[in-house]
Design a protein around this ligand. Structure first.
Ligand SMILES: Nc1ncnc2c1ncn2[C@@H]1O[C@H](COP(=O)(O)OS(=O)(=O)O)[C@@H](OP(=O)(O)O)[C@H]1O
Ligand SMILES: [Mg+2]
Ligand SMILES: [Mg+2]
Ligand SMILES: [Mg+2]
Length: 353
């Protein structure tokens, strides 16, 4: 398969990074600080970004990387960077062959800071660019809910490979969805899923492991003959998408089931494997631009599982412009066969405001 090496490196790198995030979750001090936009970032976000970028640079030294985090604050904060360095050094897969694929450890604190800062690419329409969200749904991560480690490769502006590590989703692709999903932090039994897709080659899921890759199985969206029976997913944070508009759309579609609220791209993963049906993310702010790392992996996984993803106005998401989806507003993800019907109602609801 084309992109087999990229896929393998991305899957192992994401799997290893989830070990680091899980370790951070179980530690009392998560090293949480606030970014300029007041959003939280933890030692887990920085550590996961360092490990993943190191693996990409070792294997594909000419590729560019758009990563959510940077090391500016860490360069001024010795205690925080020491904490991250300790974590990064001790996080390894229990499989020497898998570790060898990832290309060897970071050599020093400076090497780690440089790796984190290698995620500063401006993005764009030319060549090979990785989009990395080391912890998506940081607020979900902190409250013991859903979060995802997200990595995608874009080739000439098209998302081509996507991997999502979701440590708190049930392994069973058909496990019923509700908003408490993954909330029991003390029960890790049967949880942790790695989702992947390569453009034109389908989507898969497999259990996350502490060592090499487990066997995978194909996933696909649920065929939905009656839209009123749909389960729709939305953000937990009312500040990230409009719960009001989403409720109005669901109502107009005749959907009666309560929405499932979960943080992160676990929403894309959940509809891709047929546990849910729709993902609606309608904008709350006129000026906010969605970040490419919040969507790239999820979009190719849903697409390969038989879905269509557009913005709120039915336009394809354009990953080729830079670090943000500046040509788009909001997200509507649905099975191919019903996307047009959903999109029509989304446009009606938004234009009646
Ligand atoms: N105003 C606004 N509108 C839309 N999106 C925003 C906004 N502000 C932040 N963000 C991004 O939301 C990412 C997490 O959102 P999710 O919907 O996946 O999860 S959540 O339920 O809202 O926590 C979150 O990703 P992480 O920072 O990786 O957690 C942000 O990139
Ligand atoms: Mg963030
Ligand atoms: Mg994110
Ligand atoms: Mg993040």
């Amino acid at each position: 398969m084309s992109y087999a090496k990229e896929l393998q490196v991305a899957e192992l790198a994401v799997q290893r990074a989830t070990l680091l995030t899980k370790r951070v979750f179980h530690e009392k001090a998560k090293g949480t600080t606030s970014k300029d936009d007041k959003s939280p970032v933890t030692i887990g976000d920085f550590g996961a970004q360092a490990l993943i970028i190191n693996a990409i640079r070792k294997n594909f030294p000419d590729d560019e990387i758009v990563g959510e985090e940077d090391a500016d604050d860490l360069r001024q904060n010795e205690p925080l960077r020491s904490q991250i360095w300790e974590l990064v050094q001790k996080t390894k897969l229990d499989d020497d062959a898998a570790e060898a694929v990832l290309g060897g450890p970071l050599k020093s604190v400076e090497d780690m800071l440089d790796a984190i800062d290698a995620g500063k690419s401006a993005g764009g329409a030319k060549g090979r660019i990785w989009a990395l969200d080391p912890i998506d749904g940081t607020k979900g991560f902190l409250r013991g809910g859903q979060y995802a480690v997200c990595l995608a490769l874009m080739v000439d502006g098209e998302v081509t490979v996507g991997v999502l590590g979701c440590p708190n989703l049930p392994v069973d692709d058909k496990a019923p969805l509700d908003s408490s999903i993954g909330a029991d932090q003390n029960d890790e039994e049967g949880k942790g899923v790695l989702f992947s897709a390569v453009l034109g080659h389908g989507a898969t899921s497999r259990p996350l492991s502490r060592a090499g890759l487990q066997p995978s199985q194909p996933i696909s969206m649920k065929p939905l003959s009656d839209i009123t029976q749909a389960t729709f997913c939305e953000s937990v944070e009312a500040g990230h998408s409009s719960h009001g508009d989403q409720a109005a759309i669901a109502n107009k579609l005749g959907i009666t089931k309560q929405s499932v609220r979960m943080d992160s791209q676990a929403k894309y993963a959940s509809i891709a494997r047929g546990a849910g049906d729709l993902y609606l993310r309608l904008p709350v702010s006129k000026t906010y631009q969605e970040k490419i790392w919040d969507h790239a992996a999820g979009v190719v996984i849903v697409g390969e599982a038989g879905g269509t993803v557009t913005d709120a106005f039915g336009k394809k998401l354009d990953f080729s412009i830079g670090r943000t989806l500046s040509a788009n507003k909001g997200v509507v993800a649905a099975p191919k066969a019903i996307h047009a019907e959903v999109s029509k109602v989304v446009i009606e609801v938004l234009s009646s405001k």
